[in-house]
Design a protein around this ligand. Structure first.
Ligand code: SF4
Length: 383
């Protein structure tokens, strides 16, 4: 459950992402005019106190999303915004996230003491399609902001953001579809494409919700509002960026001892550490030829090949005699398979708890592919 603080309500459409704005949709049900921007009763919520003199808004509720029923930088709120900044500054114990489609108004809306940004504020720039991405992000990256994220919601098409991610100024990307009965399509392939760009650039990624009309493998699924978030969670494709990489250690064992340097949320730290302690797997490295192959190939191409190999070799249940593929040489993925106990269904079961007597699920294909890519990346970085 996320915390929301709406100091004002009402908004005006600014781009195609606003077409089916949920604020307008909800207000129309009660006959309210969404284009009128008004202060709400929650205006001073961030610093309001209870009868014991404690803040009603607890720091444990971080992050608090500000202005979800409006846009924080809308012109109509110019005269009220300074008070909100003061409250945000006072509540340095709470982290606030401000999502906006009006990033072009940012510089005229910041407070005097903003400098290079408040540490407790993340600015999230919304980009629903490529056009808005290419319009908003170049500006967004030049602004004085300590914490920066992107959200594609509603995501209306496949979007290229990798060049922006390369700036290393973006901490996370979130994707989601559109809700409501007139919702436009959101295709899973677009979501996976954004995810791949994030993984490649080591930027955190979140698949928030499917939206009402969700495309997958050429089919369109109509997903009821209450299942849109759970369905996205089920895909289990969120990615947590590695926060910091330690300098190259002297030897391989040290490499994994230093895995504490990795973000604890990285899903592969634990399994890679365990593997590194096993005599069966700890001394497997990429050969020079394989390293050359890895370096010479585009990451996306290599990932696609890896996924193909996983699908071909591990996807189906096969007889025990044939169920061993790690002896195929010449491609770094085969060494990665051996080093990560992904060489056969038996090892997959013993090390990764993936049962051998059925096909891999899509989620398991993704898991194995990502694990192999992560192992190869670390081998290249630390050898
Ligand atoms: S900016 Fe956000 S709140 Fe405002 S109209 Fe567009 S979608 Fe709705």
């Amino acid at each position: 459950m996320r915390s929301v603080w709406n100091p004002w309500h009402g908004c005006k459409r600014v781009s195609t992402g606003c077409l089916n704005c949920y604020v307008y949709r909800m207000d129309s049900m009660i006959g309210r005019d969404s284009s009128i921007v008004e202060k709400t009763q929650a205006f001073a919520y961030a610093t309001a106190k209870n009868r014991y003199g404690e803040y009603k808004l607890s720091s444990t509720e971080s992050p608090v999303y500000v202005c979800l029923s409006s846009d924080f930088f809308i012109e109509e709120a110019d005269e009220w915004r300074q008070e909100i900044w003061d409250m945000i500054h006072t509540r340095s114990d709470v982290h606030f996230k401000i999502i906006t489609k009006r990033i072009d108004r940012f510089m005229q809306c910041i407070p005097e003491n903003w400098q290079d940004g408040y540490e407790n504020v993340t600015i999230v720039c919304t980009c629903e399609n490529q056009k808005m991405t290419d319009k908003r992000l170049p500006l967004f990256l030049t602004l004085p902001v300590r914490h920066r994220e992107i959200i594609h919601e509603p995501m209306l098409e496949r979007i290229e953001i990798e060049t922006y991610l390369q700036s290393r100024k973006i901490e996370a990307v979130t994707c989601g579809g559109e809700s409501g009965k007139n919702a436009r399509l959101c295709d899973y392939e677009w979501i996976l494409h954004t995810r791949a760009q994030c993984v490649r650039q080591n930027v955190s990624f979140c698949f928030k919700q499917t939206g009402e009309n969700f495309g997958k493998d050429g089919r369109i699924y109509h997903i009821d509002r209450k299942y849109q978030i759970p369905q996205a969670r089920k895909a289990e494709i969120d990615f947590h960026a590695v926060k910091s990489l330690s300098p190259p250690p002297k030897n391989r064992q040290q490499k994994y001892q230093e895995s504490k340097e990795y973000d604890v949320a990285n899903p592969f730290n634990s399994i890679l550490l365990q593997l590194s302690k096993s005599p069966l797997y700890s001394d497997i490295f990429l050969t020079q030829k394989e390293r050359n192959y890895y370096i010479a190939h585009d990451w996306e191409e290599l990932r696609r090949e890896t996924e193909e190999i996983v699908r071909k070799n591990l996807f189906h249940t096969v007889s025990k005699e044939k169920d061993h593929h790690c002896r195929q040489w010449g491609h770094p993925v085969y060494t990665a398979q051996r080093a990560t106990a992904c060489c056969c269904r038996k090892c997959l079961y013993e090390w990764h708890n993936i049962p051998p007597n059925r096909k891999l699920t899509e989620r398991e294909v993704l898991y194995v592919t990502d694990l192999l890519m992560e192992w190869m990346k670390r081998d290249i970085q630390y050898s």
